[in-house]
Design a protein around this ligand. Structure first.
Ligand code: ADP
Length: 334
């Protein structure tokens, strides 16, 4: 099991919801998105209207679900949660939309994975707050129009570019979430440690933050692993040494790369001579889905300057060879 992939069990989900900030003031970092969203929400409160539809994009674990919950809380509105993969037929979406109450916030995670017919139904629902329910088949099929109460859609996607233009255009506000700085992650960790009643010193926080790939979900996950390690080793206070010993054990390296990241780089260097190689070929080589490599591993590796995207494919940078302790061949692209 990789520490950075999105799959999560019940224990993890319970912990995540306990650690979720409940309002915009407690939400660490993402200053621009936070200010812009705050403005959208304040304006709609003054106008006494439901807020514009909001699209949030960015890699997993940066706070999209948390922000959707905050939107609902700040608007004092109920929240409904579903996701693109859960909506396979237009009828699935119709059932959700027709049961919304006025002002409700509908959060659709992984909205880019919705089926085509559902997506087309969503266009009309977002724009005119109505849908056409198709009854019957073939020549006898009729469309029954159904009025919907005004609602706010909060869509989340790992990459806004994955959404068809017409869908993207129907959002009044789009916020792109960026990876967090180490200082911001330290704030996230301090808050979590307080809620978990854990003693961690400054050096301990900064060690964990530095290995968290700019991602609050990972920071919280690593904090729990370090907590386990401290518990088993009878440590009262977590310091840098304890944090690094624990995380080394979980194969999260000093730069925050986990097994998936390292296997992508390793395949790139050892199987493809450092590239360029196409993304899907690279994904097959590490036995992962293309989307996982593209939206989970790659954004972080690019940001760290370890992987490059070129028109001819992905390449390993000199820093990547160096990080893996491999010798870069003289004819490598970089
Ligand atoms: P996403 O929906 O983008 O995958 P989530 O909103 O589920 O991410 O966030 C994952 C976890 O990280 C949550 O449990 C939340 O506690 C924490 N988190 C995310 N963003 C922040 C933030 N800005 N401040 C504090 N905690 C955060």
């Amino acid at each position: 099991e990789s520490l950075t992939t999105t799959g999560s069990g019940p224990e993890e989900r319970a912990m995540e919801s306990a650690l979720r900030p409940k309002n915009l003031d407690d939400f660490v970092g993402q200053v621009r998105v936070r200010q812009q969203l705050d403005l959208v929400l304040q304006a709609s409160r003054i106008r006494e209207r439901t807020a514009d539809h909001v699209l949030l994009s960015g890699p997993p674990g940066l706070g999209k679900t948390t922000l959707a919950m905050i939107v609902a809380a700040e608007m004092n509105a109920p929240l409904r949660i579903s996701s693109g993969p859960a909506i396979q037929h237009a009828g699935d979406l119709a059932a959700i939309l027709s049961s919304l109450s006025e002002g409700e916030v509908l959060f659709l995670d992984e909205i880019h994975r919705m089926s085509r017919p559902a997506e087309e139904m969503l266009y009309m629902a977002m724009e005119d707050f109505r849908v056409d329910i198709i009854v019957g088949k073939g020549a006898g099929a009729t469309a029954i129009p159904l009025e919907l109460p005004p609602f706010t859609l909060v869509g989340a996607t790992t990459r806004a570019g994955l959404l068809p233009g017409p869908l993207r255009d129907r959002f009044g506000f789009t916020g792109h979430l960026e990876f967090y700085s180490t200082q911001e992650l330290e704030l996230v960790l301090r808050r979590s440690a307080m809620l978990m009643d854990l003693a961690v010193n400054s050096a301990g926080f900064s060690e964990i933050a530095g290995r968290s790939r700019g991602t609050p979900r990972i920071a919280n996950r690593l904090l729990r692993r370090v907590r386990d390690w401290a518990l088993v080793n009878g440590l009262e206070q977590i310091d840098a040494r304890a944090a690094s010993a624990a995380l080394d054990m979980y194969e999260v390296d000093a730069r925050g790369l986990d097994r998936l990241d390292r296997s992508v780089l390793h395949a790139l260097c050892t199987k493809f001579g450092g590239g360029p190689v196409g993304l899907s070929t690279l994904a097959i080589a590490v036995g992962e889905e293309t989307e996982t490599v593209e939206s989970v591993a790659e954004p972080f590796l690019v940001r760290e300057g370890l992987l490059g995207r070129t028109p001819r494919g992905r390449i390993a940078t000199a820093a990547a060879w160096d990080h893996l302790g491999l010798r870069m061949p003289a004819d490598a692209v970089f």
